[in-house]
Design a binder for this molecule. Sequence first.
Ligand code: AMP
Ligand code: ZN
Length: 116
Amino acid sequence: MVIEDCLFCKIVAGEIPADIVHETEDTLAFRDINPQAPVHILIIPRKHIATINDLDDADQAIVGSLFTAARDIAAAEGLADDGYRVVMNCNEAAGQTVFHIHLHLLGGRRFGWPPG
Ligand code: AMP
Ligand code: ZN
């Protein structure tokens, strides 16, 4: 399902350009336009799901595919051994600004904990 006004649905549909680095049947991954680390990639489901709160139980395989994509991209980007961070924000208080779920894959520097 393509949601008309969803930026990431438009990237899935090829209507907006993106620096795509990885694709599977269920997922698409592209470089963040405003990177917060030397490597900052967004991994999204092709299916429109607005937030974690909107997940159906039937979406479990799709969510799993975001993580196996992260594993493969981290290896391809040379991050696997040193380490990297994956983050998914949910709703405004956590900083979600695009309401089509996406896993941030960040690497290439050290990260503090707890996050700000
Ligand atoms: P969040 O704040 O967790 O919803 O993350 C949204 C992310 O999408 C931010 O890191 C933005 O920099 C990124 N972003 C917004 N528009 C684009 C775009 N057209 N291409 C790539 N990344 C984008
Ligand atoms: Zn969408």
